[in-house]
Design a protein around this ligand. Structure first.
Ligand code: NAD
Length: 272
């Protein structure tokens, strides 16, 4: 077996129908391209058909398979018809990747209820109900895989992220629930917790003095690129991770590990 045949037998997503929500965002678009390149049939969702069509066209231009469908994660009533449509057209859903998410940084005492509801609806409540709807199909086939995009705020916390952090901790609890309740039906679930990834959602952190706070707290002293999450996603979506479930993977450039240490005199540059 050649190296490429061996790697392909481990990591290929060929034959898998994969739903990815939030596919038009900074991280979502990079994940969508990765799924397409790894051979998946990617069913991409977002709120704007035009932008979805652009991402699908980019995947199809590389001979990948992609199909974009509007699914507003604020609207629970859109979920079942969406899942029914995917089943009607493809007959199966192998992997669900919950990536859509929003944030608003406000003090704990300043959060209006409508903003609380908006963030919780998109980041957690309808992720729960989409997982339920897709889960019924996966249980029917006794196979499936749910991957949730969590956050540094799942276990750590930044100021002003009380609602966002709660939603991202909840999504990790959901990950563990799916892992323990549905393993008997051949279904796995894991979460990826990106650290500070440069996207439209976080651009404000990197072109203001917030960058002076963040940079030394990241061992690699830089934000991540959305593409740097793709390897972890492909591993989790593929059969290479077949014994891995209920876990949270931090992809954060060494943020949680302790960041960049204060200066100490190693003289490595002159010694080696
Ligand atoms: N960028 C980071 O540093 C970072 C860090 C940790 C976690 N995350 C998470 O990664 C995911 C993607 O974030 P991003 O940085 O690419 O942000 P982004 O703002 O670029 O993308 C967010 C995505 O969510 C979608 N979305 C927003 N409202 C929606 C709705 N009502 N219905 C359906 N989709 C909706 C948007 O269309 C977009 O595709 C989010 O879940 C976010 O919480 C990002």
């Amino acid at each position: 077996m050649s190296t490429s045949e061996y790697l392909s037998s481990l990591f290929s997503l060929e034959g898998k129908v994969i739903i990815l929500t939030g596919a038009t965002g900074g991280i979502g678009e990079a994940l969508a391209m990765g799924l397409g390149r790894a051979g998946a049939t990617a069913v991409l969702t977002g709120t704007r058909q035009e932008k979805l069509d652009e991402v699908c066209a980019a995947i199809c231009a590389e001979d990948g398979k992609a199909d974009g469908r509007v699914l507003n994660m604020r609207n629970k009533e859109e979920i079942q018809p969406f899942v029914d449509g995917v089943i009607k057209d493809y007959g199966q859903i192998d992997v669900l990747v919950n990536c859509a998410g929003v944030n608003l940084r406000l003090g704990l005492l300043d959060f209006p209820e409508e903003e609380y509801d908006r963030i919780m609806d998109i980041n957690f409540k309808n992720v729960y109900f989409l997982t339920q709807a897709v889960g019924r199909e996966m249980i029917r086939r006794h196979t499936g895989n749910v991957i949730n995009i969590a956050s540094y705020n799942t276990t750590g916390m930044l100021g002003g992220c009380s609602v966002y952090g709660a939603s991202k901790s909840a999504i990790y609890a959901l990950t563990r629930s799916v892992a323990v309740e549905w393993a008997q039906y051949g279904i796995r679930s894991n979460a990826i917790a990106p650290g500070h990834i440069l996207t439209p959602m976080t651009a404000v952190n990197w072109n203001t003095d917030r960058a002076d706070y963040l940079r030394p707290r990241i061992a690699m002293e830089r934000p991540g690129k959305p593409e740097e999450l793709v390897g972890c996603l492909i591993w989790l979506a593929s059969d290479a991770s077949s014994y891995t479930t209920g876990q949270l993977f931090n992809v954060d450039g060494g943020y949680l590990a302790g960041g960049s240490p204060w200066h100490y005199d190693t003289e490595y540059d002159s010694k080696y």
